[in-house]
Structure formats: C-alpha cells, structure tokens
Design a binder for this molecule. Structure first.
Ligand SMILES: *Cc1c(COP(=O)(O)O)cnc(C)c1O
Length: 432
C-alpha cells in the first residue's frame, strides 16, 4: 500500500516524477539542501487548522497550546491567525514574548509555577492564569498585593473523567497531579479564596482531560460534570468561561478515525448551552479550547535518511535512520505508532515489514515496530513520517550529544529555516 495522503500536510502533492512536494517544494531537494533529519512544516496547513478552530469556537476562544511545538515563527503565524497562546513554563512565556505575542494573549499553565514565573506573568498582564493548587493561590495573593496589580484566573478542576487515551496522557482523572478535585469542596474552596482576594478576578473554570483523546465521550462526560458543578455554585459565583483544554486527537495512521473538529466543536458548544439551561443559568459560559496537536500535528513531516539495513534472518530487519528518540521520543514514551514512506518514491508499494530504529545507544530507540516500507528500500533512501508536527521537536533532546534537527517552513514554492540545525559548538555552549 502507498501512504495515505490524507495523513500528510494540506498542500502535499505527488509530482509526475513520484516525488512528494509540500508547499510547492520538492521534499527530496529540501532534504539535500537542508540535510536530514529535517522537519518540514506546511505553513498553509497550520493557518488552515487555526482558522477552523477559530471559526468553530469563535474569536478569542482558542489558544494554541505551545508545548506541542514552539518557536518564534509559529508564534508569528498563531498571532496573525488571531489565536491566543498557551504557555506552561517561564521558558515558553519568554519565547512567546520574545516573538512579540502581546502578554494579554497568553494563558499560563502549570502545576508548579514558581514565584518568578507568576511575577513575569503578572508583569506582562497575561490574559489568564490557570490556577492549579492552594500553594499557587498563596503565591498569587502575595504577588498581586506586592505588585498592586490584578489578574484574571481560571480554577483548574479535575472532573474525574478517564479519557480514551494512553494512561500517561490522561490528566482529568481523580488521581491526577493537576487541578483541584470537585470532591469535598476542594475546588469550591479554591474559588472562595479567589473571590475573597481583591486582586484576583475569578473568570471561570478550566479542565483538560488528556491528549490524543480519540473519542468524543470523554469530552461529553467532562461537560456534564463541569456544568453540573457550575450549576451548584451559580447563586454565589459567576462562571464567565469554561476552558476545556485541548486533547483533540489527530490521525497518525491511515486506520485512525478522523476526529472532525467542526462537528465535535459544535456539539461541545451545544452541550454546554443545553447544560446551562438545565442547571438554570441565565446564560451559558463562553467555551474556550486549547488545541496543540490538532493545529500542528498533521502540518509537518519528519524526513530521515536510511544509514544501515540489518537483516536478522527469521527474526527482524532493522532499518536505521539518522535521527531517533532524540527528535521523536513518542514511540519510546507511549508506544506511539507511525507510518513510514519514501518521499522520493511515493509510488512504491510498501510491502516489507521492518523495524525503523534511531541511532541512539538504547534498544528502545525505535521509531516504528513492524511497519511496512517499500520492498526495495536501500541505504541512502529518504524515509519520512507523517503527522510529525506535534510533541516531536518540542520534546527533542541532545541525548548521545546528537544535534537537534533543523525545522523549515514551506509555502508557495518557498522554503526557509525557522530553527537552524544545531552545530557541534552548540553542544558546548553551556559548558563553563
Ligand atoms: C497539553 C495541553 C493542551 C494541548 O493538548 P493537545 O493534545 O496538544 O491538544 C492544552 N491544554 C493543557 C492544559 C495542556 O496541558
């Protein structure tokens, strides 16, 4: 079978010579020009997915979760498309601000925000701080008094929902390091503390049930629980907005179902409105979402070059490429599955099952186990993965002192470097 082109970026196209083109650029040429491993992002794809979310949820109701992939160039695109930006650390906030994102377009997350991070957020007048613990509330009480500034906060709650995803990506269950439980009035007490403080503005609630959540029922269950809670506190506290976080699954393999965001989005909004009526609210809270993966995941491919092919008769064949868990730890972390294809020969049938390995000193450094590749795959061929735009470069490391890959954007026949490949000297820059 050939690669399912619906997994590829929007502008992907197979040229007459069998080469894959993205953004009007020949991927084979890009790999020669910029080297491998190479991350190629389709700018139009990012813009299109941002627009879809903005259309479904409305202006001011979508924040891109920057942990999926962050660099100055993506901040530019997100800002131009009118989305806010979610940051979950001082580092992410610093990059967002350095790239010119206005502070009031930032939402700050984290289950252990330092005083320094909170101070930076307050000084830059961020849009929301999503409060995750009583310790954080104490820090916020102190800091806002000290700085004489107010800040709007959301209280992050755990709805006790088990999202349909890998255990490491579930964040909404009762036993979670994130948020306040609804049980024993814990969340209610957090809201009380916010309301009692003159510099804290209670804007609403936040809940994020997990990532790569592939079924709508988790979201439905969360809406019901959150809205029931809103109903119970409605006489005392006005919940202006509910931020349902991100987690919208994308397609990695052709067998994965398409999680039509238009349909789900409308359903979420309608469910929240219906629930608001049911619990007797005069008007429904604003629904905010924070997609990360769904904006950038399918927008990029990762391109590697095959260096060795090792056949172990009767056991397995290892096709090793020039990257690995240092640029894509997702298989090692969660057993994530990918498809592989040769962008120089898109017409080749993929008939031979192999393991695609990285170059690191770990047997677990595998990008794909038992995956089909073209039968005649050779050393020197390019080998690529679709759906590589999220949680790959943002999780990249220098393990084995491997230099992190270059990232390029492509659009309308042009390609440019947005994050350059690390040099050997870069690997020494922090040593004293
Ligand atoms: C990770 C995260 C997101 C984004 O998740 P995706 O699965 O990439 O959409 C949004 N909000 C919060 C709070 C998160 O932790």
């Amino acid at each position: 079978m050939q690669i399912d082109q619906t997994l590829l970026p929007l502008t992907a196209h197979v040229a007459g010579n069998g080469h894959l083109e993205i953004g009007g650029c020949d991927v084979t040429t890009l790999a020669e020009q910029y080297g491998t491993p190479l991350y190629i992002y389709d700018e139009q794809h990012i813009r299109q997915s941002a627009r879809t979310f903005r259309k479904v949820f409305g202006n001011g109701n979508v924040a891109y979760a920057s942990k999926a992939f962050l660099c100055k160039a993506i901040v530019d695109v997100i800002r131009e498309e009118g989305l806010m930006l979610d940051v979950a650390s001082g580092g992410e906030m610093h990059i967002a601000l350095a790239a010119g994102m206005p502070g009031d377009q930032l939402v700050l997350h984290g289950n252990n925000k330092s005083k320094e991070e909170l101070r930076l957020a307050i000084e830059n007048r961020v849009n929301r701080i999503v409060v995750d613990s009583f310790d954080e509330l104490d820090r916020l009480d102190q800091l806002t008094d000290e700085l004489g500034r107010s800040v709007s906060v959301l209280i992050r709650i755990t709805p006790g929902v088990e999202a349909h995803t890998h255990e490491y990506r579930q964040t909404g269950t009762e036993n979670s390091k994130f948020g306040f439980t609804l049980n024993n009035d814990v969340a209610l007490n957090a809201i009380k503390q916010v309301a009692a403080h003159e510099h804290l503005d209670f804007a609403g609630l936040h809940c994020h049930i997990g990532s790569q959540v592939s079924r709508a029922d988790g979201f439905r269950a969360a809406i019901k629980i959150v809205m029931d809670f809103v109903g119970t506190i409605a006489t005392e506290y006005h919940v202006r907005e509910i931020d349902f976080g991100g987690g919208f699954a994308i397609r990695y393999e052709s067998a994965d179902e398409d999680f039509a965001i238009e349909k789900l989005g409308v359903e979420l909004i309608e469910a929240a409105q219906a629930a608001a009526q049911r619990v007797g609210l005069p008007e429904a809270p604003r629904i905010v979402v924070e997609p990360g993966r769904a904006i950038v995941g399918n927008a990029a491919i990762a391109v590697y070059r095959v260096g060795t092919i090792k056949e172990i008769p009767g056991v397995n064949t290892y096709v090793s490429v020039d990257g690995g868990l240092s640029d894509n730890p997702r298989h090692a972390l969660y057993g994530a599955r990918y498809e592989f294809f040769t962008p120089e020969h898109m017409d080749r049938q993929r008939t031979r099952n192999v393991s695609v390995a990285g170059l690191h000193c770990e047997q677990g450094d595998i990008l794909g186990r038992d995956v089909p590749v073209p039968n005649d795959i050779r050393v020197g061929d390019l080998l690529a993965t679709p759906a590589s735009g999220a949680y790959q470069m943002s999780m990249a490391s220098n393990y084995n002192k491997v230099r992190r890959p270059a990232v390029i954007f492509v659009n309308n026949g042009e390609a440019w470097v947005v994050v350059r490949r690390e040099s050997y000297d870069d690997l020494l820059r922090l040593d004293s």
